[in-house]
Design a protein. Structure first.
Length: 334
């Protein structure tokens, strides 16, 4: 590279010239053995081809290159250079270090980028400003954006197709696992563990609830309530393949033994307060809905402990409680 010798004002010592480009040294580096100096750009390019000094052919490897002496840096620092757009009217005179930045932004540089003053607000090279047509440019820009949007739409449609393929595959895998589970006890066991784990992952995203009046429990929700619970489970991110399982556990006859009748619940009333319950983010026609997960309730006696989870709708008397998040069940539990 080097600084154009013709633009330097005054006499330049010969040792300040780069032997490769013959201009004034820019970012000078020297060989630590022979002390010949070059522009960094020039010598790095040279070394890629030949590992010898271009002046005296002594060995020269990248590790031999060091910054030049302070004396040489001082001599370079005293030089003054003109702007390369002096012919276009620039009168600036500056130290070498300011040259590149000045030239790039010099208002006499015909390629300097300026803002269009005719109203479109686009940034255009100065020399194109006279031929610049705002309407034409904006139309071009609009065209570009339209094609960009249509590309993005295509991409999105493609991604959506992939996603639905993946969903379908996942469903098939789940059917496959379900089929295996029905025949193979080992896989059934692993499958149950996975179900408990993914239910708890979902459960941790729900706030804890405190039930004030267990007596206001609706033990046999009607069909519209049932549908709303399903929608609510789906919306709250409940694992798809477990929605049906939980839906089946909306009625008292599928609850743990100690909950199946009003008499049983009355008998166990003093223990029900020990349940860890979570509030579903849905309100079934004005009534709060609560989930009791097996993973949250390992401390409960067996006749009150749900295997996976049960859903309960209350007439009222449920509050959201703020508390520490419960950790996922550990492997001992699983
Ligand atoms: Zn050079
Ligand atoms: Zn040399
Ligand atoms: Zn200038
Ligand atoms: Zn314009």
């Amino acid at each position: 590279m080097g600084y154009d010798l013709a633009l330097i004002v005054g006499h330049v010592d010969e040792e300040l010239l780069c032997p490769i480009c013959a201009d004034v040294l820019e970012e000078p580096m020297q060989s630590s053995s022979c002390e010949h100096a070059f522009c960094r750009f020039c010598i790095e390019k040279w070394i890629q081809e030949k590992q010898i000094c271009p002046v005296d052919r002594s060995d020269l490897l990248p590790i031999h290159l060091v910054p030049v002496s302070r004396l040489m840096r001082n001599m370079l620092g005293r030089l003054k250079i003109k702007c390369s757009f002096a012919d276009n009217g620039c009168t600036a005179l500056m130290p070498l270090g300011e040259y590149r930045n000045h030239v790039a932004n010099c208002q006499n540089n015909p390629k300097v980028v300026v803002m269009c003053t005719k109203g479109c607000g686009m940034r255009v090279p100065k020399d194109e400003l006279t031929s610049h047509n705002c309407v034409y440019e904006l139309r071009e820009q609009l065209q570009d954006q339209i094609s960009e949007i249509s590309e993005l739409r295509d991409m999105q449609a493609h991604q959506e197709r992939r996603l639905s393929e993946h969903r379908r595959e996942l469903e098939l895998v789940q059917y496959y696992v379900a089929a295996l589970r029905s025949t193979n006890p080992v896989i059934r066991n692993v499958g149950d563990q996975l179900d408990r784990y993914s239910l708890m992952r979902w459960g941790r995203s729900l706030p804890l609830a405190s039930v004030r009046t267990w007596g206001s429990l609706i033990s046999t929700p009607d069909t519209p309530m049932h549908m709303m619970v399903r929608e609510g489970l789906r919306a709250s991110g409940c694992p798809m393949h477990l929605i049906n399982v939980l839906m089946d556990c909306c009625y008292e006859d599928s609850w743990p033994e100690g909950l199946t009748t009003l008499e049983m619940r009355r008998m166990n009333l003093h223990r029900l307060a020990q349940y860890v319950t979570r509030l579903l983010p849905i309100v079934i026609t004005g009534k709060p809905c609560v989930v009791i997960l097996g993973g949250d309730n390992a401390h409960m006696p067996e006749n009150l402990r749900p295997v996976l989870g049960v859903i309960m709708i209350f007439v009222d008397g449920v509050d959201e409680t703020l508390s520490e998040p419960v950790p996922l069940p550990d492997s001992d539990y699983l």
